[in-house]
Design a protein around this ligand. Structure first.
Ligand code: BG6
Length: 488
């Protein structure tokens, strides 16, 4: 037996973005509006550290009628639409082997249910893929990263409706055919478990339109439609290109018990299962039995059609991708502990062994190793860390330099632990750091929550030249890639 001594030779080092957070040009080239284009900027004083607001149907209609005076940072992003050549050249300079991006559904089908795709939309991605090819950078393409066409939200209430399945399949088919020779790695739904946290963000579903149902009931129904759609496009991708690799994507919420009280341990296991059930469905092709009990006990009834179970069973994913930013701890007697306010951690308590980011996210490099080992043991499928990084405030010095040692420290410790997991036998195919170039925050729409190796001159109010500058982490990451993770 051989023991893996480091990252495999073809390891896919790179960075990850989403169309709605970088592209801008929200109404250029015939693009339709998406749900992300309707999320207003809300200052921290009014929202707290993390999520901005829940968008309602009433708000959307008022905003479309020009009755509100809000700003929508994701509409402008960081203008990747016009600056992709410069940005990709910088990625190439860092030695990127892979670049994860999403295609904005509404650039291709502006209303989601149009008869034919928009040529202008496709031609933008042609240019991006050609540019990546020029540098030998492998594209990792997410089909849906919080970019449901707004028209589908207004007409069908997003993924709550089964009607979205064939529309999504048609969209995917258009891309699989056009990019058959340029794209091998596809991801169906970004952080599919986001549906449980925000049906609007995860699937363009407005819960206020379904007043007789609980948010959970709505979320699980919409999620079922995404599971079926994901399986159907996995089938299609392989029919169009037998070499295509299709993955699912989970926001991994590694949860620890706060003590060794079996009550706490069981609670942590419960949260881990509620999180991992999403990848269970994608990999094993069926709902795990603990979820069936959970649905029954919580009066959740999922409307399925005949054939759905077979579809899930027949077309599992080729690999499992995940985002990992933090871990959580839970207590059965949570009143006795300090709560943390980090994103998606409403049920979490403070872990006294960990530091938190400026946004309250508990930084835990070893948690990544624990997660990778657990997930590999559970699935025995290749894993891909497609998001990880530190959202932080950066300071530009007088000479224009940016000394982001905190970011280097965060990434270094996570990569170190990832390497340990690889040495322990985890089949890991790549690592794409989140936001290699500063972009608009998903949860808060802030610009000042920065993840990049590349700084973008723009503030929370949208002012700035949009010029790009290298941070200290730029040279550092270049070295990491050049040595295949040996020099950290
Ligand atoms: C993931 C998303 O949840 O985390 C990204 O897939 C997002 O879209 C990233 O940007 C970081 O979250 P945030 O809220 O700091 O932008």
């Amino acid at each position: 037996t051989t023991v893996q001594t480091g990252f495999p030779k073809n390891f896919l080092w790179g960075g990850a973005t989403a169309a709605n957070q970088v592209e801008g040009a929200y109404n250029v080239g015939g693009k339709g509006l998406t749900t992300a284009d309707m999320v207003p900027f809300v200052p921290k004083e009014k929202r707290g550290l993390n999520f901005a607001i829940d968008v309602t149907s009433d708000y959307i209609e008022k905003a479309l009628n020009g009755e509100v005076d809000d700003r929508y940072p994701k509409r402008d992003g960081v203008d990747f639409y016009h600056r992709y050549e410069e940005d990709i050249a910088l990625f190439a300079e860092m030695g990127f082997k892979a670049f994860r991006l999403s295609i904005n559904w509404a650039r291709i089908f502006p209303n989601g249910d149009d008869a034919a795709p928009s040529l202008e939309g496709l031609e933008f991605y042609d240019r991006v893929f050609n540019e990546l090819e020029k540098y030998g950078i492998e594209p990792i393409v997410t089909l849906s990263h919080y970019e449901t066409p707004l028209a589908l939200t207004r007409k069908y209430n997003g993924w709550y409706s089964r009607e979205l399945i064939p529309l999504f399949v048609k969209y995917a088919e258009t891309l699989f055919n056009r990019y058959r020779d340029q794209v091998t790695y596809w991801i169906t739904f970004n952080e599919i478990n986001m549906m449980g946290h925000s049906p609007y963000t995860g699937g363009g579903v407005l819960v206020d339109k379904l007043p007789n149902q609980t948010k959970e009931q709505i979320a699980y129904q919409a999620l079922h439609h995404q599971f079926v759609a994901s399986a159907l496009v996995t089938k299609l991708a392989h029919e169009i290109n037998p070499d295509a690799k299709v993955g699912c994507m989970l926001a991994r919420g590694q949860t620890y018990p706060v003590t060794n009280n079996p009550e706490d341990v069981l609670l942590a296991q419960h949260y881990n299962d509620l999180n991992l059930f999403h990848t269970d469905v994608h990999v094993h092709g069926e709902y795990p039995s603990f979820m069936n009990r959970y649905f029954a006990e919580n009066n959740i009834v999922i409307q399925k059609e005949i054939g759905d179970d077979e579809i899930l069973k027949q077309y599992p994913v080729d690999y499992v991708s995940l985002s990992y930013y933090m871990s959580k701890s839970v207590a059965s007697n949570s009143e006795d502990y300090e709560q943390v306010s980090g994103n998606l951690t409403t049920y979490a308590v403070k872990n006294k062994y960990l530091d938190t980011s400026d946004w309250g996210w508990q930084i835990d490099p070893k948690g990544l190793r624990i997660t990778l080992r657990d997930m590999y043991n559970r699935y025995r499928k290749p894993l891909f860390v497609v998001e990880n990084g530190l959202g932080a405030y950066d300071t530009v010095e007088e000479d224009g330099s940016i000394h982001d040692t905190y970011r280097i420290d965060y990434l270094k410790k996570h990569i170190e632990q990832m390497k340990e997991a690889v040495k322990e036998g985890v089949d890991l195919i790549g690592y794409t750091a989140w936001g290699p170039i500063d972009l608009i925050s998903m949860s808060t729409s802030e610009m000042s929550k920065r993840y990049g190796f590349i700084y973008v001159d723009q503030d929370d109010e949208g002012n700035g030249t949009l010029n790009r500058f290298k941070k200290d982490s730029f040279e550092w990451y270049k070295q990491v890639i050049a040595t295949n993770g040996e020099e950290l």
